[in-house]
Design a protein. Structure first.
Lengths: 305, 701
């Protein structure tokens, strides 16, 4: 009898167990940590979070890190929610979370690079996507020139492999100074023909507006395709660029988080390049090059500037 | 003491570190999205600017904040070739490129693409009462005609006001402003989305005692001279008090957008008086409600886009307190020896309804062409006209009314206007032909049929040449028409002005040449040259019996230039400036066209400093306003107003405090009062407000 009573008490305790756990604990949930930034930047994070919420199969919670928040806030919140996965957005959040040395797997988004052992998505667009856009918009291009800073070898390799598969040529010039970059661009423009394209890859050399102006002006005169990794260059005359599709990027982060959650241990697969991209095209330049937007079939042009 | 200083330094240093770290995040985001402006476009907060082949200016919510605009007129005055003048009721006259009339029906104002035009005067309502700016996302102003797209009244210019979208408002915020003339403003806005349904609502309220500038003489002053009365209230103050409540709401789901709005005006003063005689007690009111439903699908099929809109607008002009046309003691006429003890009172009320349906389709299936075609239908009516007055003929007895009581003359031939309606259907087509790599030809034609005055067809042609990578040249030709208002076709029982049902629309032909040059990425220069011919201008011309009847009598030719420069000096400082010059001739009288400024100069410097400081200094100079050919007065003085706005935000932009000053050097700025026979009633013009100071607080919840 006593045994039976003890048994039913045990069963009852087991059944009621979850009630005695911290009330906000997330079972198989994730906690998104992102910094408080001003408008319109905050909309980027909000859209990424929207994408995570939509695609993550489980509970999601958010923590907006205020500039004056102490580390304790973060620790307390992690203890309160007990998430299975942490998703950080931006460099500041990632650093804060890594400093905690928590065993919970981290998935990082909205950063460019990190030395931490984590999984995530880089904001750097996948060269394959950019180049496939190029070949759809301007199929006549046979050679792509890049003047790149020294630390771009991963992207350059990826670009080279892709172009080779398509039967096209990548010509790379690695530079270490703005002066060198200017010289290389001059050389490229002088020898380039209408079947060549110039890719303005992100880097220090293009922070100099005089180089950008030089390239775009000469390219206009010679009708050479110039495309860029920076969407602002489209406004200034580059044919096209890409920018992150925040909601889809959130979806992709949710997928990685799901895998982390299922594997139960941090997989630390590193950052993968961003493939969820919008396309932005300069209408004036495309018409100058004889490419009317009607011709760019099959591509979803997100913005025409 | 030492500890206190030291601890605050420590606190600053320790706070700075996380702030800098977060700043790095913003910089990194900016590097992938481009600049802040592009982030706003990319995230759907702001809409990209339309690139219509026209001479257009766009003013964004950001600029509206920077210049400390409190009313839409503060914004419009900064546009080259556009000057905001005032009529005797102090309603705005949007004077584009020398086209200046008292009721200003030659300008089409749209909210989210829907016209606000009233049938009574073809303007935005006698009781316009201004328009607050918190709900405005951006304003696109097209100078020159646009009838080939917009139809009637897109004549001298088009002002298209786009209200904020749900992502743009995103969250809830409140604001308060208090300042000169006991002006109190508040606003409350909220926006967001739930399961794909976007919502936005903005409520703005205002109450003001209004500027109390004085005028020296009025129409009763002349009557006093001609009769033996001593009734004039001049010198005395104009009356610009008023209360306003504006609501704008938007719901969006997928490709469907619904807008609703209301503009309520009450207890509004009548400026310098309906009959140019000071009226400190008369008050006008207005209720305006609008709603529109839009379906917009650019990719209906691979090559076809469609857009359908239905809309409704209801407006009224009502009397809150008797309109005293001439003050107590006035005899109303030099030939009448008997004074009216309560003054001469006339209370006209007008109620209107407007229904519109439009369907537009774009077709991209033909190589090198972008085709657009549309059809539309409009029905508008003045469904109620009311009038009470204490003069004229009593319709019940057929005898003259003498002073009191007020007699209701509504629905009789003695009322100022009859109820009336108008139908309009239209069809238009436009082709953008990419005829060579750097050449694009836009041609369009719109055909309108009106139930009252017949048919009109209006073409436009625009040739755009991308001459260099940083230079674009546009050559434009356009025609426009302006539909006669119901006051012009049907005004009656008025001792001075009579309508004419046989009026034709006014017409305009315009030629423009526009250059856009960007010598550097930080500097944009624009030069526009224009010439226009304005014909069949509707004017009230003298009849034999002393009245005036509306006739297609006037003719005007004008030409001019506009120069604009916009310079982003560095990360913190930007400068914008424009200069306009126009010369217009009243062809009928071989004289300079009256009232519009021949020259305008505007300059603005904005500096945005770290730590949330933002300062804007702007100056506006209005020059060369001629009198009408038969106006005996000297030309009106030029004026310059200088405004300064200072803003400081706190707590990641959650809280903002501002100081807004207008006309800081207290310039005596005046707008021309109407000419009159034998002399103008208000001789020394219409004074604008002097120095004003306002404090403002905004808080985001």
């Amino acid at each position: 009898m006593i045994y039976q009573r003890t048994y039913s008490l045990l069963v009852a305790l087991l059944l009621l167990g979850p009630i005695f756990l911290p009330c906000n604990a997330l079972s198989s949930g994730l906690l998104i940590i992102y910094p408080s930034v001003k408008a319109p930047y905050n909309k980027i994070y909000k859209d990424i979070i929207k994408g995570i919420d939509k695609n993550y199969e489980g509970i999601t919670k958010q923590l907006e890190l205020m500039p004056d928040n102490s580390d304790q806030v973060l620790t307390e919140r992690i203890e309160q929610y007990q998430p299975e996965v942490l998703v950080t957005l931006g460099r500041h959040s990632l650093k804060k979370v890594c400093d905690l040395k928590s065993p919970i797997p981290i998935v990082a988004g909205a950063i460019t690079k990190t030395d931490e052992a984590i999984s995530g998505i880089s904001m750097i667009p996948d060269p394959e996507i950019i180049l496939s856009h190029l070949l759809t918009i301007a199929p006549f291009v046979t050679r792509v020139y890049i003047v790149a800073d020294t630390d771009r070898h991963i992207q350059l390799e990826r670009a080279d492999t892709y172009l080779k598969q398509q039967g096209k040529i990548l010509q790379t010039e690695v530079v270490t100074s703005i002066q060198q970059a200017a010289d290389k661009y001059l050389k490229i423009i002088n020898s380039a023909s209408v079947n060549d394209a110039i890719w303005l890859m992100r880097g220090a050399s293009l922070n100099d507006p005089s180089i950008l102006m030089l390239v775009l002006e000469a390219a206009w005169k010679k009708k050479i395709v110039v495309f860029s990794s920076n969407p602002t260059h489209v406004k200034r005359g580059a044919l096209f660029s890409v920018y992150p599709d925040n909601e889809k990027m959130g979806g992709a982060l949710a997928e990685i988080a799901q895998q982390e959650n299922q594997s139960h241990t941090a997989r630390n697969t590193g950052l993968v390049p961003l493939r969820n991209l919008h396309l932005v095209v300069n209408k004036r330049t495309s018409k100058h090059l004889g490419i009317t937007p009607n011709n760019i079939s099959g591509l979803n042009i997100h913005r025409l500037l | 003491m030492f500890f206190k200083q030291y601890s605050s330094l420590l606190l600053t240093v320790s706070l700075l570190q996380p702030l800098m770290a977060i700043g790095q995040d913003e910089d990194e985001l900016a590097s992938f999205f481009g600049d802040e402006e592009f982030i706003s476009i990319a995230t759907g907060i702001a809409q990209p600017l339309s690139k219509a082949p026209a001479v257009a200016s766009v003013i964004t919510a950001k600029e509206i904040m920077q210049i400390g605009a409190m009313d839409i007129d503060d914004i419009l005055e900064t546009v080259p070739g556009l000057h905001v003048s005032r009529n005797i009721g102090y309603a705005p006259i949007y004077s584009f490129r020398g086209i200046h009339t008292t009721t200003n029906p030659q300008v089409l104002m749209l909210i989210n693409g829907i016209p606000l035009t009233n049938l009574f005067h073809g303007d935005r309502n006698l009781a316009w009462g201004g328009m607050p700016v918190e709900a405005i996302s951006r304003i696109e102003i097209i100078r020159g005609p646009g009838s080939a797209i917009y139809g009637a009244d897109a004549f001298a210019g088009v002002i298209n006001i786009m209200t904020k979208t749900s992502p743009e408002v995103s969250g809830t915020s409140v604001g308060l402003r208090y300042g000169a003339s006991n002006s109190k403003n508040f606003w409350l806005q909220t926006g967001g989305s739930v399961d794909g349904l976007g919502y936005m609502a903005i409520i703005e309220g205002r109450k003001t005692d209004g500027s109390s500038e004085k005028i020296a003489s009025d129409s009763q002053s002349i009557l006093d001279l001609l009769s033996s009365a001593n009734a004039s209230l001049a010198p005395g103050s104009i009356n610009l008090e008023g209360e306003a409540l504006d609501i704008r709401a938007e719901l969006t789901y997928d490709k469907i957008t619904f807008h609703a709005g209301s503009q309520i005006r009450k207890n509004s003063g009548l400026g310098a008086g309906i009959a140019q005689a000071l009226d400190p007690s008369g008050q006008v009111a207005s209720k305006r409600y609008n709603a529109d439903l839009n379906y917009d699908n650019y990719n209906f099929t691979q090559n076809i886009g469609i857009k359908a809109t239905v809309s409704y607008l209801q407006t009224s002009q009502e009397v809150d307190d008797d309109f005293i046309l001439l003050p107590p003691g006035s005899t109303g006429s030099p030939f009448n020896p008997f004074p009216y003890p309560d003054g001469i009172i006339g209370n006209p009320e007008v109620y209107e309804r407007h229904y519109r349906g439009d369907f537009i389709s774009t077709f991209r299936g033909i190589d090198r062409h972008e085709l657009m075609a549309g059809v539309g239908y409009y029905f508008g009516e003045i469904y109620k006209v009311k009038e009470e007055k204490n003069f004229g003929i009593d319709p019940a007895t057929g005898l003259p009314i003498f002073g009191s009581p007020l007699v209701d003359v509504s629905d009789t031939p003695y009322a100022f206007l009859n109820e009336n309606e108008r139908e309009n259907s239209h069809i238009f087509i436009q082709d953008v032909w990419h005829l060579a790599d750097d050449w694009e030809l836009t041609s369009g034609l719109r055909f309108d049929h009106y139930s009252d005055f017949g048919d009109t067809a209006n073409p436009r042609i625009a040739l755009v040449w991308s001459a260099r990578h940083n230079l674009t040249v546009k050559a434009l030709y356009g025609e426009a028409f302006r539909a006669p208002s119901f006051a012009e076709t049907g005004e009656q029982a008025n001792p001075a002005f009579l309508g004419n049902p046989n009026l034709e629309p006014e017409t305009l032909k315009s030629y423009e040449l526009a250059f856009n040059y960007k010598p550097t990425y930080d500097l944009t220069l624009d030069l526009n040259l224009f010439q226009y011919y304005w014909k069949d201008i509707i004017q009230f011309t003298p009849d034999i019996g002393g009245t005036r009847t509306a006739q297609n009598a006037g003719e005007q030719e004008g030409h001019g230039i506009e120069l604009e420069a916009s310079w982003q000096v560095n990360d913190y400082l930007s400068v914008l400036s424009n200069y306009s010059w126009q010369k217009s001739e009243d062809e009928q009288n071989n004289a300079d066209a009256a009232n519009a400024p021949e020259q305008q100069f505007y300059i603005r410097a904005n500096t945005s400093l770290p730590g949330g400081w933002n300062m804007t200094l702007q100056a506006n100079r209005v020059m060369g306003r001629n009198r009408a050919f038969d106006d005996p007065r000297q030309d009106i003085d030029d004026y310059t107003t200088v405004d300064f706005t200072l803003r400081k935000s706190f707590l990641t932009d959650q809280l903002e405090l501002s100081l807004i000053t207008k006309n800081i050097f207290n310039d005596d700025a005046r707008e021309p009062s109407p000419n009159g026979q034998p002399v103008p009633a208000i001789t020394n013009d219409l004074p604008l407000a002097r120095r004003r100071i306002y404090g403002e607080i905004r808080y985001r919840l």
